[in-house]
Design a protein around this ligand. Structure first.
Ligand SMILES: Cc1cc2nc3c(=O)[nH]c(=O)nc-3n(C[C@H](O)[C@H](O)[C@H](O)COP(=O)(O)OP(=O)(O)OC[C@H]3O[C@@H](n4cnc5c(N)ncnc54)[C@H](O)[C@@H]3O)c2cc1C
Length: 430
């Protein structure tokens, strides 16, 4: 443990060049340590990936930052990218499809009261539930309230508000972003609803990956270098072996790749059994562009059995990236249980698009598109099941082996960034 115990500059392997790993590496490097970042893929940013083709810059993973992402905004300012934030205009764009009938998402309190989506009794309970939430969680800081961690989000909402609200309001909203309501801790849902009140959403000009490529410029990042084995040395240090057969000894290691990918390659560390039960929800999405102008629309199916999570379409400008002049584009995403079947299907794009056209009749044919990108995310979001936050609290984090990653905090960029800061704190830094 020599150098670590002495507080000297140490050589630290960081596994994964996503938001968590790069945040940790940046702090370590700023404090005179020597991080080396190993990245399996040929891009930087992990699940915040931007694909650039024919003038399009498509955010195929994370597409927005929320105003309550305090640490991410601090990072943007530190690297001079805070001026590149582009507030997304979501007003009036969102609709719900109720088995083919398009309904506006209620935008005001009076619209919410008159909406037919849920019965009046549940609307009143929803208002009472939301008011109690604001009182119990005065800060919109994404911190989970552990008192609600043991119960699943579906049971919590059904009990507190009613079955229609669970099915028609929360299930479509949550399955579009995370996984099924019944799989998630109620503490997760509550922290997001709380944070979402009055939140604003932003994209990054030029693509969501620009923050991470900027940070990586000042670091030693080795792309196309998957780590195959992380072995705690008998004496001091950790041996990192890569797929290319190289092996190198480090003083310490920050493991910032999805936990399902790496837990089996860590040797010699006593890891808690619950890490074996962690899983991620998959997600499949298709981005397609045509020449010409399309009206802007975001359509979400109201009933979760309608499968497609979101259809967003619009003209040139910003929409999950940059669409060049004279073009329009649409992004269709699938989440929830259907993603599991779709992710392995060879005709997944056609299936998804066909289903989306039944929901959004203004959507163009895939065969008319001039550009199509299909993106399969096997590990899109960590499933934070009931009890997850309490289990994470029990995880002992101590150098030489430290974990980072969204699964430790919240399933989003901000969660990953905070986990990276947390990892650096374990080295006595912040
Ligand atoms: C489709 C989609 C949409 C999303 N939308 C949003 C959004 O709008 N806003 C938001 O805040 N969040 C969103 N997210 C979530 C957000 O992208 C993640 O929470 C965040 O990227 C997690 O960062 P991370 O560093 O923990 O993990 P990752 O971003 O997954 O980074 C981990 C890195 O580790 C690498 N790796 C894996 N195995 C190895 C190995 N053996 N050796 C070396 N490297 C390895 C991976 O290639 C990857 O680059 C979205 C995610 C997806 C998939």
């Amino acid at each position: 443990m020599g150098a670590l115990a002495d507080g000297c500059s140490v050589k630290i392997a960081v596994v994964g060049a996503g938001p968590a790993g790069l945040t940790a590496a940046r702090i370590l490097a700023a404090n005179a340590h020597r991080p080396v970042v190993f990245e399996a893929s040929d891009w930087i940013g992990g699940r915040t990936r931007t694909i650039r083709r024919d003038g399009h810059a498509v955010d195929v993973g994370a597409g927005w930052l929320a105003s309550f992402y305090t640490e991410t905004f601090r990072l943007l300012a530190a690297v001079g990218l805070d001026e590149s934030l582009d507030q997304l205009d979501l007003a009036g764009a969102s609709c719900l499809s109720d088995h083919g009938e398009i309904i506006d998402v209620p935008a005001t309190a009076s619209e919410a009261i008159s909406t037919q989506i849920i019965p009046l009794a549940e609307k009143l309970r929803l208002v009472a539930w939301a008011a109690a939430l604001l009182i119990r969680q005065p800060q919109a800081n994404l911190k989970p309230d552990l008192r609600f961690d043991k119960i699943d989000a579906d049971s919590h909402i059904t009990r507190a508000v009613g079955p229609k609200a669970a099915e028609r309001v929360f299930t479509p909203m949550v399955s579009a972003v995370f996984s099924d309501l019944s799989e998630l801790s109620a503490a997760l849902l509550r922290s997001w609803v709380r944070a979402g009140v009055g939140a604003r959403f932003y994209a990054l000009e030029g693509g969501m990956d620009s923050l991470w490529t900027r940070i990586a410029e000042d670091l030693d990042v080795r792309t196309d270098t998957p780590v195959r084995n992380i072995a705690m040395g008998r004496g001091s240090g950790i041996d990192i072996s890569t797929d290319s057969g190289s092996s190198e000894r480090f003083d310490a290691c920050v493991v910032a790749a999805p936990i399902t990918r790496v837990r089996s390659i860590i040797e010699g560390a006593d890891l808690p059994h619950w890490l074996d039960d962690m899983r991620y929800a998959p997600h499949f999405r298709v981005y397609a562009a045509i020449e010409g102008t399309l009206e802007r629309a975001d359509i979400h199916p109201l009933e979760s059995d309608e499968h497609v999570a979101t259809v967003s379409r619009g003209p040139a400008g910003r929409l999950w990236g940059v669409i060049p002049e004279g073009h329009s584009a649409a992004l269709v995403g699938s989440s929830g249980s259907w993603s599991h079947d779709l992710i392995d299907a060879s005709d997944a794009a056609e299936q998804l698009w066909g289903r989306a056209r039944e929901i959004d009749r203004g959507l163009f044919e895939l065969s008319d598109a001039v550009l199509v990108e299909s993106i399969r995310w096997d590990e899109a979001v960590p499933v934070m099941a009931p009890g997850h936050f309490a289990r994470v609290k029990t995880l002992e984090q101590r150098p030489p082996l430290v974990f980072a990653g969204d699964w430790l905090v919240q399933p989003c960029i901000e969660g990953a960034v905070r986990s990276g800061i947390g990892a650096a704190k374990h080295f006595g830094l912040a």
